[in-house]
Ligand binder design. Structure first.
Ligand SMILES: NC(=O)c1ccc[n+]([C@@H]2O[C@H](COP(=O)([O-])OP(=O)(O)OC[C@H]3O[C@@H](n4cnc5c(N)ncnc54)[C@H](OP(=O)(O)O)[C@@H]3O)[C@@H](O)[C@H]2O)c1
Length: 344
């Protein structure tokens, strides 16, 4: 059968553009023994993918030119010669950016495989396939594990979250509120700032494109900062440092602000406060905390059910929209978890 894939045809300098990608139609061979044919239902679009467009490896290898790309997707088995998978099974994989793919199934994400009952139990309890990339996806795990495992939220303390209207950021803001913290955040438009305050219940938020970051943080944190979840930039992290209370933690989920400029951190300021206030700066891979996966799933779905956790999606339709969906992450045009719907 034929299917469609998106290939990377050039590497961007600066912001990624849809012209860096091309749609290709490819012929899939018949299945060998042990293989399964999967129709992708949804794929996830994530900031780290801009780093995969660089020619050098980061924590992941670079995407190849002129070949199928990879990224999180959830699909349905539509033909199987693998005893472990039957037609109709849902599988999560790193085989996004294509409508169908053939796999020997060893890259399927283990906790979603039929070998493990979690997926079936979750679907029976009201989770939908796209939830595995959205409210239960990697960005959500990064936020939850950061807040609940790498940090310990303390009621009454002040949490600062950058890119607060993003996926990691918005979940962190809401966990902070659920745990009784004062939450201060920022985003790149007045609409997003209003959403943070009115929908998520953030105590203080500002538009970092209009307000000096240090001034915004000072206004929002009269008692100093006790915990930072950094998603945005070295500039934002630097502005937090002079406001930190002693022996507190700054967690770095990512620096989306440097992914389009070569990924090099050039401008950390105020580092002396790390020494003067005995601060910890910590980056973490979400995989470290997968032992807490069951607790993550149960908390996230319960909070959503109780109306305490709002999860916004930005749903794109069709594989051809995927390049623009990725580019939009870096202009702020996206609000919500960027997903591409590939099939019904
Ligand atoms: N360590 C991990 O395993 C892991 C996993 C997932 C994500 N992350 C990291 O967590 C961060 C957030 O990821 P996400 O998936 O939740 O993405 P996201 O925040 O939903 O997506 C992008 C948003 O970032 C903001 N942004 C873009 N450029 C910016 C800049 N120069 N400065 C400040 N904000 C900017 C934009 O919002 P505005 O309109 O507000 O600017 C944009 O809508 C990223 O740094 C990502 O790399 C890490």
């Amino acid at each position: 059968m034929k299917t469609r894939q998106i290939h990377l045809v050039s590497r961007p300098e600066g912001f990624a553009a849809p012209e860096n990608f091309e749609m290709r139609e490819v012929e899939l061979p018949p299945l060998d023994e042990g293989q399964a044919l999967v129709e992708n239902l949804y794929m996830s679009i994530d900031p780290y993918m801009r780093r995969s467009m660089e020619p050098v490896a980061t924590d992941l290898p670079p995407w190849p030119l002129d070949a199928a790309l990879n990224g999180p997707s959830i699909g349905r088995v539509i033909e199987s010669k693998n005893a472990k998978y039957s037609v109709g099974d849902l599988v999560e994989s790193m085989s996004g950016w294509q409508e169908h793919f053939i796999s020997d199934a060893d890259d399927f994400v283990a906790y979603l495989s039929p070998e493990n009952a979690i997926a079936k139990r979750l679907l029976a309890n009201g989770a939908t396939p796209k939830d595995f990339l959205g409210i239960l996806g990697v960005a959500a795990q990064t936020s939850y594990f950061g807040m609940m495992c790498a940090a310990k939220p303390v009621a009454g303390e002040t949490l600062v979250v950058s890119s607060g209207a993003g996926v990691v950021g918005s979940i962190a803001c809401q966990i902070g509120k659920i745990k009784g913290m004062r939450v201060v955040s920022s985003a790149g438009s007045d609409e997003k700032v209003a959403w943070l305050i009115n929908e998520l219940g953030v105590d203080y938020a500002f538009n970092y494109k209009k307000t000096d970051i240090s001034e915004g943080l000072k206004a929002g944190c009269p008692n100093g900062i006790d915990l930072v979840l950094e998603c945005a930039s070295p500039e934002h992290l630097s502005a937090c440092l002079p406001l930190m209370n002693e022996q507190k933690l700054l967690l770095i989920a990512g620096f989306i602000g440097i992914y389009s400029t070569g990924g090099v951190v050039k401008n950390i300021r105020n580092f002396e406060y790390v020494l003067d206030r005995f601060l910890t700066i910590k980056s973490y891979p979400f995989m470290t905390y997968l032992s807490a996966y069951d607790r993550f799933v149960s908390d996230m779905l319960r909070w959503r059910e109780e109306g305490r956790l709002h999860f916004k999606e930005a749903m794109y339709e069709g594989l051809e929209t995927a390049p623009a969906a990725l580019c939009n992450l870096f202009t702020g045009a996206t609000h919500g978890k960027a997903l591409v719907k590939l099939a019904k």
